[in-house]
Write a protein that binds this ligand. Structure first.
Ligand code: BGC
Length: 748
């Protein structure tokens, strides 16, 4: 049933019941006015906290309990009388119409609104989150979130389940595309702007999966072990920045255990760190089926159970009635949920379905993809292509005649224009289905080289593809790696015959360009062979045009890697991914409370690398990498000069960036710090950056303010961030391994 009709029905029922006790028209309108006046929580001049308390005072025990849990996954489960009113998203919490409290209508929205087809098709597929991180563009992150928020609203939802910010500790993680890279400062800053964008549309935004859901293998029962200082300085720092700068109204706790305790009943993570240290005022909801206890989870700070009500429904009510859980403890959870609803504006701006504007969305998706593409290699200025000089182009591989790959699982977006096709040779059931978006690189190339003969080869037979490439002026090989929630990559190789394909085509044609569509880094045994390599990620609704614009130079690439590309898996902190023991491998997803009750023994993953994640690990271990964190080329060149560092409340690094080439471009100027040796930290860490737009020959002096926290260590004894007295080296440049400017500042 249509939600607006339901509201009308509810309204009618309310009028009928009032009319029974008050039959005259004037008596009725007096009562109505009285009721409005009595709804003190509707006063927008009060704070969200005050409004939550006022509303809560009116609530019965049953109504309070109702707010604490989901009611199945309306998207997949059969509709019940309760979920009949839902919008058929990932989760649904019943509202309290008599008090004007709407239902919580939740939808996954990592790189766009999931499963939008339920309601009227046409959600925009943005480039994957990892691509957004590659833009290092905070304004783009806000726009990305605002578009998601707008489209959620148009689809009739009022809560987003996006905002993945687990850092890329394990690049084979099947959700790497949904996250924001390996650095906590980059990931935290980007997720904060993204969530602020979502919430600007009066949608409850969340960040997830708190915390350390860094691999999918056995995610429901893995126990990750990590020391407190390392935890605070790595994965938790990304969440800390996200919470403090983005002010999300919800945080989703993860499936896995951390140091022996499930995330969703982990007092250290939820109460001590998130709610106390970071002063998070919103509510914590469990990942779907990630609640494992009642009293323990409630006392530890879990506010809301999704997707069911196994613990937080009747059992919770009985625990309150028997005194096992106190009323103030219940009220604390209810307060947080209501407070978030007021703070986000979902009560003041009720949901109303409208129509998504797919054209505006496509434009945003195109612009962000153009901002995100990373040029990894460009020998002899092979790119950009000059259409006037090219007579024949061979386009090869990755279904580039039809579409571009997208990331799967609960992040999956159903794009406008139908899927190009669905392929799932290995895993025919969701969520591991390959969905290809209908954005054809072949067509984009043909449009930009109208006078050239453009031929296509699927790449199924590398020898045939190489033969076709041999006769062409340029060969463009598209190569992909698909990933999805629920499983990890077996390794970092391009799947199937693609390594062989690239090697053979590049051997046949010296002007070979490789375009990668990947979520994680890939190894490249053929790296020396092609003239150019472009990382296009999962490129979204209009990815092919963005790639076309970069290949033909309408757009000068400016993205930089948010993840290191290692030379081989042997160089990772864990060369072999730690998998669940064989007896429990048949569970591909989370452990339901019932399975948990039967008892699946945890298996251990020891994060012995601590805070040395990504480039911090390779730096500390002095390992060579294929392409370093923060790396990306341009069609122009940049020069850096004149670094000065001024200490103060924030430390200011001022320097000049010059565009020394012949084209306009945007340079991401990165600022790193080496801490005093006594801090015992990895050789350097990212502490800030600035994306600077420069015309050819233009110079600009920029100042990057460094938050002292980013220079600090987490002192476990003091339980706070602490600056270690000593000399700090500030390093500035265009990649984590190209830092020409250096200045030392003494901090005491
Ligand atoms: C995923 C979450 C998602 C939820 C609801 C879970 O399996 O881990 O990220 O939000 O499902 O779809």
């Amino acid at each position: 049933m249509d939600y607006s009709r339901c509201r009308a029905v509810f309204g009618t029922l309310a009028i009928v019941s009032l009319s029974l006790s008050c039959l005259s028209a004037s008596c009725f309108s007096q009562r109505q006015k009285h009721a409005e006046a009595e709804r003190l929580w509707m006063n927008k001049n009060l704070s969200a906290d005050e409004r939550a308390d006022l509303a809560m005072k009116e609530m019965t025990l049953d109504e309070k309990i109702q707010l604490l849990h989901g009611n199945g996954m309306p998207m997949f489960d059969p509709l019940t009388p309760v979920t009949a009113l839902s919008n058929r998203g990932g989760g649904y919490g019943i509202g309290i119409p008599r008090l004007g409290i709407p239902a919580l209508d939740m939808c996954d929205a990592a790189y766009g609104v999931r499963g939008s087809a339920q309601n009227g098709r046409y959600s925009t597929a943005l480039p994957a989150d990892v691509a957004l991180a590659a833009s290092w563009d905070t304004a783009a992150a806000f726009e990305y979130g605002a578009l998601i928020g707008r489209e959620l609203r148009a689809q009739g939802y009022n809560m987003s389940l996006g905002g993945g910010v687990d850092i890329t500790r394990e690049p084979r993680d099947g959700r790497t595309f949904e996250y924001l890279g390996e650095d906590p400062v980059l990931a935290g800053t980007i997720v904060a702007r993204l969530v602020a964008g979502v919430q600007s549309q009066h949608i409850i935004g969340d960040i997830k999966h708190y915390a350390f859901n860094d691999q999918e293998s056995g995610r429901g029962w893995v126990n990750v072990n990590i020391g407190e200082r390392a935890a605070r300085e790595s994965d938790l720092l990304a969440f800390e920045i996200g919470v403090e700068q983005g002010h999300p109204d919800a945080v989703m706790c993860a499936y896995n255990r951390v140091n022996g305790v499930f995330s969703c009943e982990n007092n250290y993570l939820l109460n001590e760190v998130l709610k106390k240290d970071w002063k998070f005022p919103g509510f914590v909801l469990s990942d779907w089926g990630g609640t494992h206890s009642l009293e323990k989870a409630s006392a530890a700070g879990l506010d809301h159970e999704e997707g069911e009500s196994f613990f937080y429904g009747e059992r919770y009510k009985a625990a309150v009635e028997s005194g096992k859980i106190s009323m103030p403890e219940l009220d604390e959870h209810v307060h947080r949920i209501l407070r978030s609803m007021f703070a986000a504006g979902v009560i003041d701006y009720p949901q109303w379905r409208s129509v998504v504007d797919p054209f505006a969305g496509r434009e945003v998706a195109l612009k962000i993809e153009e901002d995100s593409i990373v040029l990894l290699k460009n020998d002899r200025a092979a790119l950009p292509l000059d259409a006037a000089k090219i007579h024949t182009i061979a386009v090869i591989g990755a279904h580039s005649d039809a579409g571009m790959i997208s990331g799967g699982g609960s992040a999956q977006v159903d794009p406008p224009g139908e899927k190009a096709f669905i392929a799932s040779p290995e895993a025919p059931t969701p969520p591991n289905v390959e969905v290809w978006f209908p954005t054809s690189p072949l067509k984009a190339i043909e449009a930009r080289a109208p006078h050239a003969i453009v031929k296509y080869d699927s790449g199924a037979d590398p020898a045939a593809a190489a033969a076709m490439a041999k006769g062409a002026d340029v060969a463009i090989v598209f190569a992909y790696q698909f990933e999805s929630e629920g499983s990890d990559l077996p390794n970092l190789s391009l799947p199937g015959n693609q390594d062989d394909l690239v090697a053979r085509v590049a051997a046949a044609n010296p002007h070979t360009i490789v375009v990668l569509e990947t979520g994680s880094p890939v190894t490249m045994p053929w790296v020396k062979a092609p003239a150019a390599i472009v990382e296009a990620w999962y490129a979204g609704s209009d990815g092919a045009n963005a790639v076309g614009n970069v290949l033909f130079g309408t757009v000068n690439p400016s993205g930089k890697l948010p993840n290191t590309f290692p030379e081989s898996e042997a160089d990772l902190p864990h060369p072999t991914l730690v998998k669940p023991p064989p007896e429990s491998r048949h569970f591909s997803g989370h452990v339901s409370p019932l399975q948990e009750a039967k008892g699946l023994p945890p298996f251990q993953v020891d994060y012995t690398e601590g805070a040395e994640v990504g480039y911090k690990w390779y730096d500390a271990q002095k390992k060579l990498v294929l392409f370093p964190f923060g790396y990306g080329l341009s069609y122009t060149s940049y020069g850096y000069s004149g670094l000065s560092v001024a200490p103060g409340k924030t430390i200011k690094a001022t320097f000049t960036v010059a565009n020394t080439g012949a084209r306009a471009g945007a340079e991401i100027a990165e600022v790193y710090a080496s801490l005093p040796a006594s801090a015992q930290e990895p050789p350097k860490r990212l502490v800030g950056w600035s994306k600077v737009q420069l015309n050819s020959g233009e110079k600009r002096t920029v100042t990057v303010e460094i938050d002292p926290k980013y220079l600090s260590i987490f002192d476990v004894q003091k339980d706070e961030w602490t600056l270690v007295p000593g000399d700090y080296t500030i390093l500035v440049g265009g990649s984590s391994q190209d830092l020409p400017l250096k200045a030392v500042v003494s901090l005491r």
